[in-house]
Design a protein. Sequence first.
Length: 255
Amino acid sequence: MEDEVLKELKTRYEKGAPNLVARLVGYLSIASIVAMIPIIGISYLLLEVLPIDIPWYLIISLAPVYVVLARWIFNLTLIAIARITLKPVEEGEYEMDVKNKNVRNWLINGLGTTLALHYVGYQPFGMPALSGVVLRMLGAKMGYATQANFAADPYLMEFGDGAIAGGGTILSGHAFAGGRLIIGKTKLGRNVTIGANSVIFPGVEIGDNSIVATLSTVPYKTRIPPNQLWGGNPARQIGIITKGGKVKMLKEMEE
């Protein structure tokens, strides 16, 4: 019985699977080569082209400039690769079978976007202040004055003007359930606020001016109407947002 299970898993995960390791090595190699080209060019210019005899110690002292320049060329190249290699993914639920086009494309997209986000917008290598810019470059639809700390599958994210997701919040365009891959867009309306360390699953839509409390979990395909306060695990309505922007708890209204 165990052999049959293993055989079925290998059939799903190995036959027709994209070679993610080869792609990873390829992406990093391309970005590294592109980052080296200007450094080699600058070195050649300083040593061979300019008629000025520049001391070696001065050239060596420019090492920090080389490092910063190479790093950002490397980072921007990774973003460009992730964007160029993005493949179409349809919303829905799919067996985790790599022969399925949507599953295969989701895996390829995940590799590129994860690399770009963690090298540029997220720790340990990136700067969180740039996460919004990187999300836009990777296909997220983000309105004016939006902010998100972490968003998996950015090409499946939509943020209305003024939408904010607090620190540690996970916005995801995918989830797993019973061996199936669930893919869906996550949409935040205008002036939506997601409290810190919350989890927003795929297919969730949050209406304008609504708030999700800190440490909440909003399940798959949940629809939160405008001007409501939700919280808990799983999240449910616990209050409303008045026209003046004040929060009224349901318990207070019932008393």
